[in-house]
Write a protein that binds this ligand. Structure first.
Ligand code: TYC
Length: 128
């Protein structure tokens, strides 16, 4: 399953605007706003984490993959070379683990950069 919000309908509740009095016939702040809907959860969930995976192919140069890992995943030459060789030998490898939006941005950055350079390099997400 992909990212879900922290919504729990059973815990949805309406609250009065802060500081608003409880005058007779009240329920309006005079600006057409009765209250603010808020959600609460007894046990807040940590945002789900997603693995960014790099896939092997037969055409992308090893040097290009190393450059991608350094540029978008802040690896040094040694780490980047290790991850690239792992992907080359095993077919897939983890570039990093991030909250959904960051993982998605990294995948898009890698795919755009590969396309601009006419390499078939593929990168994807998976729930951690
Ligand atoms: N297999 C590629 C080659 O031999 C190198 C490569 C490594 C490509 C990792 C993609 O994610 C990759 N040139």
């Amino acid at each position: 399953m992909l990212a879900t919000g922290n919504v729990d309908d059973s815990l949805l509740r309406a609250v009065r605007n802060a500081g608003e009095g409880e005058g007779p016939g009240d329920g309006d702040d005079g600006q057409g706003q009765v209250g603010i809907a808020t959600k609460a959860r007894a046990k807040p969930k940590k945002p789900s984490q997603f693995k960014v995976l790099m896939l092997n192919d037969d055409y992308t140069p090893m040097e290009f993959v190393v450059m991608v890992l350094k540029r978008f995943f802040n690896m040094d030459l040694e780490q980047a070379t290790r991850v690239m060789l792992h992907v080359h030998q095993k077919g897939v490898g983890v570039c990093g683990i991030f909250p959904y939006e960051i993982a998605e941005t990294k995948v898009n950055q890698v795919m755009d950069f590969a396309r601009q350079n006419q390499h078939p390099l593929q990168c994807t997400l998976e729930k951690a």
